[in-house]
Design a binder for this molecule. Structure first.
Ligand SMILES: CC(C)(COP(=O)(O)OP(=O)(O)OC[C@H]1O[C@@H](n2cnc3c(N)ncnc32)[C@H](O)[C@@H]1OP(=O)(O)O)[C@@H](O)C(=O)NCCC(=O)NCCS
Length: 197
């Protein structure tokens, strides 16, 4: 797996392959995979939903990301909204691109693939900011998100279906480049002109 190519992914057509990656990376059992499958397919029917995949030399999917513009009427948004409001961060739900899933197979992790996936998908978003939820702990995902400029907007956040608490994080777009450097075009983006606290 020398070369990994990141590009558009028809996630509806490859949902089982993607969920197999997620099952290994995130630790999902067959029942959770079946539930996720319905949720993913429902999300993909929503306006602006997009996915990218990372493929190895042999054509195998080793990672994927998908997301969509936030809509306050969506379930995820309605759960996190009261938590964000409490901290004065409610405005992050407007004009925001939500990262719904990001997963890389364990054997492919630590090689910059996760960073490439999330950076590529948000670079093509028209929204000035991005939000997501991640398990509230010192995980590789939380490290990655912080390196990209995401900061905590609310924690702990309790989803009705989850046993573990989450953190909601947000970042202005475009995301930071390696070394914490801003993207050269960052100053031109409206989200950075009025960079939220
Ligand atoms: C989170 C995840 C997608 C990251 O993918 P990855 O390809 O390993 O990440 P990268 O190699 O692109 O790492 C990017 C940055 O995160 C940091 N990072 C990655 N793994 C790390 C770890 N274990 N500890 C600390 N930092 C870590 C890297 O140092 C790197 O930082 P830098 O480029 O600014 O120096 C991957 O670990 C994963 O699939 N985890 C399980 C599923 C999961 O938790 N998904 C997120 C759900 S919210």
């Amino acid at each position: 797996m020398e070369n990994v190519v990141v590009g558009p992914l028809d996630l509806a057509a490859h949902v089982d392959e993607a969920l197999a990656v997620q099952a290994v990376a995130f630790g999902l059992g067959p029942e959770e995979v079946a539930i996720r499958r319905q949720i993913v397919l429902r999300h993909l029917a929503l306006p602006g939903a997009r996915a990218l995949g990372a493929h190895g030399d042999d054509g195998r999917l080793v990672g994927f990301v998908y997301g969509l513009p936030n809509d306050r009427a969506h379930w995820w948004s309605s759960v996190v909204q009261p938590y964000l409001r409490r901290g004065g961060n409610d405005h992050w739900l407007d004009e925001s691109f939500v990262i719904t899933e990001l997963h890389v197979l364990p054997e492919a992790q630590g090689r910059g693939i996760g960073r490439r996936l999330i950076t590529a998908i948000t670079d093509t978003a028209s929204e000035p900011r991005s939000i997501l939820s991640a398990i509230d702990g010192e995980t590789p995902a939380r490290h990655l998100y912080r390196h990209l400029g995401y900061r905590d907007l609310a924690r702990p956040v309790h989803f009705p279906s989850a046993t573990r608490p989450y953190a909601v994080m947000g970042a202005p777009l475009p995301l930071l480049r390696p070394g914490g450097l801003p993207h050269p075009a960052a100053a031109d983006r409206p989200g950075n002109a009025e960079r939220p606290e």
